[in-house]
Design a protein around this ligand. Structure first.
Ligand code: SAH
Length: 347
């Protein structure tokens, strides 16, 4: 089987080339080509022809294909559906802000977590992405759109902490000065709350922003909308968040999708205040995006504002997230695998 060369770190590339009898500097040359989006060894023109052939015989270079590209007329958000090497598809969303362009990437094909309000989990998990496939989402979005990407959010399809080793490797690739060189402070990772992995991540002391999808302050409610809560309760999760802050000094961002009559009451806001007391936290209220297959509905504007007010009056910083790309189903929780996987059956 050929090796996935773009998932390799610079060090690993150097080691492989050294073992092939090549000088060390070749590693950096190959790494640079890969991270510029070159898809064929023959295009690596500063390498000797014989080396290009040897690499081609030993390794493959991933390259997703655009199956569909939709651009929002409202705000310029672009949603890509990519076909991966094995025929599976994932979505990536490019969002344009005043402070720069941000890309929302997927970490898995489908998702195993089963949250009641989310479209990505409807078909369950198909498979986890590789580091190269995650990197490609950033790389090829940038190449196709011609827009420079300065921020990354791991908030697309999948649970990043369910694909932990891959995600860590992806972070190191994208952070590499010889590659895209995107700083950790420009990266956010969102999790539904896999506590042991939050603690592992804390120990890495990375400067990325951890977003935690809380969506309810009590176990009774959270159990019904997020199955992960039956494994790790709200209090266990919040304890892990405190440790994360102690270890990294990074304020946690809590996501809270406002669901009508489920988690949007004054009592829920008050309990949330109590639970977050003393924590360095920011709450992001997201008006629920309606998913066709789900009976859950978005809260009305007045409830969202009342909820926000309760938090702010109690000293918890809180924003209501702007919904981008709503005309192209690109909003939070709306991404899903709509295409089947057969590569023998091109769309
Ligand atoms: N698995 C990760 C990241 C993917 S989802 C996580 O759970 O955090 C990114 C965010 O969108 C999460 O906060 C998720 O809870 C939220 N989300 C999912 N479905 C949604 C919906 N229908 N409306 C609003 N937010 C939603």
């Amino acid at each position: 089987m050929k090796e996935d060369i773009k998932s390799m770190t610079l060090q690993e590339l150097e080691d492989m080339l050294k073992a092939m009898g090549e000088p060390k500097f070749r590693g950096k040359q190959v790494f640079t080509w890969l991270h510029r989006g070159v898809t064929d060894f023959s295009a690596m023109t500063n390498l000797p022809g014989s080396l290009r052939e040897k690499l081609d015989a030993r390794c493959f270079i991933t390259a997703p294909v655009v199956v569909r590209k939709q651009e929002s007329k409202l705000d310029g958000t672009i949603k890509y559906l990519w076909r991966l090497g094995d025929g599976n598809c994932v979505e990536t969303v490019l969002m344009r802000y005043h402070h720069g362009n941000s890309v929302c990437i997927s970490s898995e094909v489908g998702c195993p977590m089963g949250c009641a309000f989310c479209a990505s989990t409807i078909g369950g998990l198909v498979r986890k992405l590789t580091p190269a496939e995650m990197l490609d989402e950033v790389l090829f979005t940038q190449l196709d759109s011609g827009l420079e990407i300065s921020n990354i959010v791991l908030m697309g399809i999948g649970e990043p902490l369910d694909n932990y080793d891959t995600v860590l490797r992806f972070l190191s690739l994208v952070n590499s000065p010889e590659g895209l060189n995107i700083g950790m402070r420009h990266i956010s990772l969102s999790t539904c709350g896999i506590v042991p992995r939050i603690l592992d991540l804390a120990a890495q002391k990375l400067q990325l922003t951890l977003s935690v999808s809380l969506h309810a302050p009590d176990d009774e409610t959270r159990n019904t909308i997020m199955p992960v809560n039956r494994r790790w309760s709200v209090d266990t999760l919040l304890d892990a968040c405190r440790i994360y802050f102690e270890q990294t000094g990074r304020r946690i961002s809590f996501e809270y999708a406002m669901i009508r009559d489920v988690n949007d009451t004054k009592a829920a806001a008050q309990l949330l205040v109590k639970k977050l007391k003393g924590m360095q936290a920011h709450v992001n209220l997201i008006p629920l995006n309606h998913v066709e297959e789900s009976p859950l509905l978005p809260s009305d504007r007045a409830s969202v504002l009342r909820f926000q007010q309760t938090l702010e009056q109690n000293g918890i910083t809180c924003t209501v997230r702007r919904t981008l790309g709503s005309d192209i189903d690109a909003s939070c929780g709306q991404l899903r695998r709509k295409y089947e996987t057969s590569s023998a059956n091109p769309i």
